[in-house]
Design a protein around this ligand. Sequence first.
Ligand SMILES: [Zn+2]
Length: 383
Amino acid sequence: MGNKAFKFRIYPNKEQSAFLAKCFGCSRFVYNHFLRLTTDAYAQSKKSLRYKEWAKLLVHLKSEFEWLTEVNSQSLQQTLKDLESAFTRFFKKLGGFPNLKKRSHRQSFRVPQHFSIDENGFLKLPKMTPLRMVIHREILGTPKSVTISKTPSGKYYACIVTELDIAHAPLNGNKIGLDLGLKEFAIASNGEKFENPRYFHKSLRRLKIRQRRLSRKHKGSSNRKKSRLSVARIHEKVANQRQDYQHKISLKLTCENQAISVESLNIKGMVKNRKLVKQISDVAWGNFLTMLEYKGDIYGCEICYVDRFFPSSKRCSHCGYIKEDLTLSIREWECPECKKVWDRDINAALNLMFFSESKIPLEEGKFTPEQPVERLGITRSSG
Ligand SMILES: [Zn+2]
């Protein structure tokens, strides 16, 4: 048994949109409230609060702010579980410190139980009338939870997670090292390179024009609202393109291999480099690692993190010689010890690979990929 997600667009009417706005608001309020509370508690008494404590305090919060009882209470508990996973990711060094949720960003809340889809395809959630949903593909398996979201440009979606049984992915024993970069998005130790499409960079000119237009509009005017929407749409498109590209690469890599070693990135530290900040947020490595991990879990591929202070670029992966004077501009070099000629990135990826040697899982993956990997149409960069 495994989980699979199916995402559909939903079209709430006026009254339903108002209620959903309330749900988003309550979920955001609870998330931010407990995030602040936890940070304050830790700062004052070094006490770290977790889900158990939060759930108890939520009861009191609901008697203080009665409007919280108007929405589904299970969704609020789910918000706390999401906050807990954000903290867990942070402590495992897989993500940044949890951020406060903003009204202007994507809004969401999850319904973990008591929802249904009727014969006309309407989605019934607790405490509200059925929502019109466009089911453009068959839902496989038993629905377990649904997440309702709203993008900054005003589109609503329902993401239904189901539990289903599929044939397991076979064991193949393949292992690679993966070097993430800016010139190329990723370089695998088997020599395969994936280009960096720089979607944000490509939309930058258009975005700048729209943003300039937006800044000239009067606050509160309907023209400003329209202008704000057009900016949000560009951001959304960039995010979708990036998401799509990363889904394809992560699917390919996790399906074809059983162990992948990557450098654990101190992304926050890297983003402090002001010259690179835009480029680094455009490649969105953190997002990519998250995908590798959950897909690895599904298809039976172990993701191994290598300490970022390990000299993966400077070490000759053949004999172990450390080339101290290797600078960023040297793309190719010859090892003075064993005379091997290295492509800088492939050598780094090979060094990373040695860490995955003993990490190949002995159990089959939970799924076989639905779609043949060759048909994904990923553009590989030449050379
Ligand atoms: Zn060497």
